[in-house]
Design a protein around this ligand. Sequence first.
Ligand SMILES: [Zn+2]
Length: 321
Amino acid sequence: MHKRKESSYRTPQRRVTNANIGNTSLGGRVLPTGYHQIKGKDTTMPEGPEIRQQADRLAKALVGRDVEEMFFAFDELQPYTDDLKGTQVTEVKSHGKALVTTFSNGLSIYSHNQLYGRWYVRKRDSYPKTNRQLRLAIHNQRYSALLYSASDIEVLDEEGISTHPFLQKLGPDLLDESTTEAQVLERYQSKTFRRRGLSGLLLNQHFLAGLGNYLRSEILFVCGVHPSLRPTDCNDEQLEALSHASLALTRQSYETKGITNDLERVAQLKEQGKTRRQYRHYVFGRANKPCYDCDTPIEKHTFSGRRLYLCPTCQPDPKVD
Ligand SMILES: [Zn+2]
């Protein structure tokens, strides 16, 4: 992992290592079944909206402040400590589920949290109580940004970022303001994706960057589409609905810190004293609870190795008549 030859000492890495390929959702393949499951438990892996919020928190603590100290746990990255000390962070941006932290000398740190990685922002030199291993720290006068447990960390120059295999293969980013519904529709209709099952596509960062497991259930529900369908099985109206919902729900979730349910309904449920867990989603996590639209009990299934919630009435199974 992160091997560098002595001769390329101080040359920023331009290649992704074996450690990253196949370890990410973008090793050139759709995620194998069960990838996200640890010991049979479905983890709550952050999705695009959560990663973007994390990038915002990091940016708030880091951008425009001088880097006073750096720490890299991996030996091969340690030479960059001196390169980055004394620079300023100019940007922290999420790309799907990866983060790129850019410094004023043109270098960037690429990090992907995979299943375990976790960022903390703390007052300078105060550390959280955790058994996790610190892998990266960026300290300025006021704050320490601390990345624990992640193994997928690289330091890259501009060219390295622009040619990075993970970043290059990402689909249109749903949280990028320039991404349009027409672009998303094009994705659903494309030869590459239209014959693949929606249940896998809606987890695939090649297809659309920023999606994830709760968004998958929510998007399919609001479109009345069963997860076993492929885009090619859907009519134009359904494809347009999927394109709209992919953008709208991901963006709403970012703006509301994770709420995908109808916001008027959320306001009413809040008034009734319901908890966030109760009002957050249309169907995700609501097994056996009545569908908001038709009162049918919501069902929990497994698709592409991960839990998926649906309303059997609003999202009829095409195989059952
Ligand atoms: Zn329903």
